[in-house]
Design a binder for this molecule. Structure first.
Ligand SMILES: C[S@@+](CC[C@H](N)C(=O)[O-])C[C@H]1O[C@@H](n2cnc3c(N)ncnc32)[C@H](O)[C@@H]1O
Length: 293
């Protein structure tokens, strides 16, 4: 596991500001651009177009993996649902899904008008298991926020929230892996780029903008994630990687390069196989492991 930082310039401030990882609901909500009511909630189409399609590839990857493993007649709980875009889409397709997060986000009251019957519960998975048992539990874009100790606690609570027979727990890695290429990108290229942009702004405007260094969360290898799941009573049933260019696009330089031609894209797609932005995992309870798996 490695600390994952994000960097940006703040033209209103000066100096370097260091922010710690988000810890409460209002900090999570702020990082997600606010969970306030949104005009797009006037119709299902504009809600999906704003929060599912426009938000890009990660939501499509989640949906592809979830729909290949979830079953429509089973009870599903989504943790850390946020605006619940993927969840509303599954609900519309006929899945029996309940959303949850530390608090119910204000936008959900409008989302619920578009999807009557879709329920949202308060659940802090670091504190307690769910109040009833589910066949499947899903956690999208959550685990990067947790230290190893917290992840183990969350997985133990998830284990206790699942029925013993069938089903299981599906999650994404929520961020690029902890390997050499990801290290070069996140801990070398991106910091160098932001410092270069900062000094460029100084030479253009005569004023050095502020630099924000945010401890965004944690990056893990697949085996880090599998090991903690196994210690919590699960075994891996399926794993799939998606989004091989998204990590490179964090760099302004590489994003420009990627626009320059199809052979560059093909080359980076090959390289990107080692740093997929979305890595999906499906874990089952070990005490129900079958002979044929
Ligand atoms: C990056 S957002 C992901 C939201 C949504 N799943 C998505 O993919 O757009 C992370 C979410 O995790 C929630 N969260 C953080 N800690 C949590 C916890 N201990 N239990 C439940 N949810 C948590 C936050 O409130 C936030 O809504």
């Amino acid at each position: 596991m490695r600390k994952w930082y994000k960097y940006w310039l703040d033209f209103e401030q000066q100096g370097v500001q260091r922010l710690s990882v988000d810890e409460d609901f209002s900090a999570h909500s702020k990082s997600m651009g606010g969970y306030k009511a949104d005009p797009c909630c006037v119709s299902i189409q504009s809600f999906f177009s704003r929060f599912l399609q426009r938000n890009g590839v990660r939501h499509d990857c989640y949906d592809d993996f979830l729909q290949s493993h979830l079953k429509k007649n089973k009870k599903i709980l989504s943790l850390a649902s946020g605006r619940a875009a993927n969840e509303a889409f599954l609900f519309q397709q006929g899945y029996c899904i309940t959303c949850s997060d530390i608090e119910v986000p204000p936008i959900f009251y409008d989302v619920q008008k578009l999807f009557p019957g879709l329920a949202y519960k308060c659940l802090d998975i670091l504190k307690t298991p769910a109040s009833s048992r589910y066949d499947f539990i899903v956690a999208l874009s959550l685990i990067y926020l947790f230290t190893d100790v917290q992840l183990k606690k969350a997985m133990t609570n998830i284990f206790q929230s699942l029925q013993d027979e069938g089903g299981g727990f599906m999650l994404d890695s929520a961020g690029s892996p902890d390997n050499f290429l990801a290290f070069v990108l996140h801990d070398f290229l991106l910091p160098v780029e932001i410092h270069a942009r900062r000094w460029f702004a100084f030479f253009r405007k005569g004023k050095l903008p502020g630099l924000v260094v945010k401890h965004h969360g944690y990056r893990r290898t697949n085996s880090d994630i599998v090991k903690i799941a196994e210690e919590s009573g699960f075994h891996i049933s399926a794993q799939k990687d998606y989004c091989f260019l998204s990590e490179f696009r964090r760099s302004a330089l590489l994003a420009k390069l990627l626009k320059s031609g199809s052979w560059v894209t093909r080359l980076f797609e090959k390289l990107g196989r080692s740093i997929p932005y979305v890595r999906m995992f499906y874990f089952k309870k070990s005490n129900v492991r079958r002979q044929d798996e």
